[in-house]
Ligand binder design. Structure first.
Ligand code: FNR
Length: 187
C-alpha cells in the first residue's frame, strides 16, 4: 500500500518534516511512504497561470496523490490556522481534473512547540478538506505538543510519541483498507 505525505512547513529544520520522516518505520508492514515535493515549489494560485496551463509542479503532485492509496498531511499551525503554502497547494490540487483529493483517504497530524500541538490548524484543515471532499479519518488524532522536547536533530526521539503515532498509523491502515474494500464492492 502506498501513502504520500504533504508537509505544511518548508523550513529545513521543521519539526513537522521530522515527524513526516518518522512515519515510514512506524507504519504497518506493507505500507510504503513517499514525501511529496515541497509546497514551496507551487506558485501562488493565480487564475491567469491556470488559464495558461496548470504548472508541472502542481500536476505532478496531483498525479502522485491520485495514484496513492492514501494521503497524510503533516502541518504546523500558523496563527491558529494552516500555513498559507499548504492552503495554496490544496487550492491548486482542487483545480485538477479528476480532482485528486476527492474521496482520498486522508490523515492529519501536526507538531508545534506549543502545548496545543497545532490542534487549531487541524480543525481549520478539516474544514478545507470538506470542500475538496477528502475522506478524512476522525480519530485517533495526533498533535505533537512541545515538539522541541520530542524531536532532536530532525528525529522523533520521544518513545511515547513514537508509540502514539504508530497507533494512529495502524488505525489509518484499517481505515484505508475499509475504504478500498468499499470501493471494490461498488465497482
Ligand atoms: C507560528 N507558531 C505557532 N504555533 C502554534 O502552536 N500556534 C500558532 O498559532 C502559531 N502561529 C505561528 C505563526 C507563524 C507565522 C509562525 C512562523 C509560527 C509557531 C510554530 O508552531 C513553530 O514555528 C513551528 O516550529 C513551525 O513548524 P515547523 O516549521 O517546525 O514544522
Amino acid at each position: 500500500m502506498k501513502w504520500v505525505v504533504l508537509v505544511g512547513s518548508v523550513r529545513s529544520g521543521s519539526f513537522n518534516a521530522a515527524l513526516a520522516r518518522a512515519l515510514e518505520p512506524l507504519s504497518p508492514d506493507g505500507v510504503s511512504i513517499e514525501i511529496l515535493p515541497s509546497v514551496a515549489e507551487m506558485p501562488i494560485y493565480d487564475g491567469d497561470i491556470e488559464a495558461a496551463g496548470i504548472p508541472g509542479q502542481v500536476s505532478s503532485v496531483g498525479d502522485k496523490v491520485r495514484a496513492a492509496d492514501a494521503l497524510v498531511i503533516v502541518t504546523p499551525e500558523y496563527n491558529y490556522s494552516v500555513p498559507g503554502g499548504l492552503k495554496n497547494a490544496i487550492d491548486w490540487l482542487s483545480r485538477l481534473k479528476p480532482q485528486p483529493l476527492k474521496g482520498k483517504p486522508t490523515l492529519i497530524m501536526s507538531a508545534s512547540p506549543s502545548t496545543m500541538g497545532g490542534a487549531r490548524s487541524q480543525y481549520h484543515l478539516r474544514q478545507v478538506l470538506v470542500a475538496v471532499d477528502a475522506d478524512v479519518m476522525n480519530v485517533p488524532e495526533v498533535m505533537v505538543a512541545q515538539a522541541h522536547t520530542k524531536i532532536a536533530d530532525g528525529t522523533l526521539t520521544d518513545q511515547g510519541t513514537r508509540d502514539f503515532v504508530a497507533g494512529q498509523l495502524a488505525a489509518f491502515h484499517a481505515f484505508v483498507r475499509k475504504a478500498k474494500a468499499g470501493e471494490a464492492a461498488e465497482a
